[in-house]
Design a protein around this ligand. Structure first.
Ligand SMILES: [Zn+2]
Length: 105
């Protein structure tokens, strides 16, 4: 606190900071909800992927070529490259891929 500020200035700053945090949390919760909603609807959000690592990578039955990535979040989709994965990860419902039914279901 500076000499020309009073406690109400400081309180206001604290409230503003709290509001920022609240908004940030609300945003994070909203994107988390959207994220889970995709999976709850039975579609993959491609949250993780494995890439070609100098030798063919086996992900399920798929063999990756250099540059390709395969989803390891459930669906095994092969992406042509990083951009393809990022795009589909960012908007999984643009090209929805159904998750396999859970074992035993
Ligand atoms: Zn996937």
């Amino acid at each position: 606190m500076y000499g020309d500020e009073n406690s109400s200035d400081e309180l206001e700053a604290i409230h503003a900071a709290r509001l920022d945090v609240d908004l940030e949390m609300a945003e994070m919760n909203a994107s988390a909800d959207a994220w889970h909603a995709v999976r709850n609807r039975g579609f993959c959000n491609h949250g993780s992927a494995v890439g070609y690592l100098g030798s063919p990578v086996r992900e399920g039955r798929k063999i990756l070529k250099p540059g390709q990535l395969a989803c390891t979040a459930g669906c095994g989709t092969v992406f042509a490259n990083d951009e393809d994965w990022y795009a589909q990860c960012g908007d999984p419902m643009a090209n929805p891929v159904a998750l396999p039914a859970p074992a035993g279901a």
